[in-house]
Design a protein around this ligand. Structure first.
Ligand SMILES: [Ca+2]
Length: 85
């Protein structure tokens, strides 16, 4: 039984627990179980700040692909789940 939620984002990703089995008559047996909590892609990327105004000045002939502004975003997940496109 799990007495708290397991979240990769908030807890350590690996646990070891000991479990015991018994029939109440014969000698019990024990085992060690390793639980690995894996991250899932459950957080959406967020812009920081969520809105901004930026004055941009450029000539009439701007090539395609010209960068007109930079914004920042982050994702609370880990590894590939934190990739932002
Ligand atoms: Ca994510």
């Amino acid at each position: 039984m799990c007495y708290q939620s397991l979240s990769y984002d908030k807890l350590k990703p690996r646990y070891q627990i000991s479990v015991q089995v018994s029939d109440g008559v014969n000698a019990p047996d024990m085992a060690t179980v390793t639980i690995e909590v894996v991250d899932i892609n459950n957080n959406a990327p967020l812009f920081t700040p969520s809105s901004m105004t930026q004055e941009v000045r450029f000539s009439k002939s701007v090539p395609v692909g010209f960068i007109v502004a930079n914004v920042n975003a982050s994702d609370q997940d880990f590894g590939v789940n934190a990739n932002i496109k």
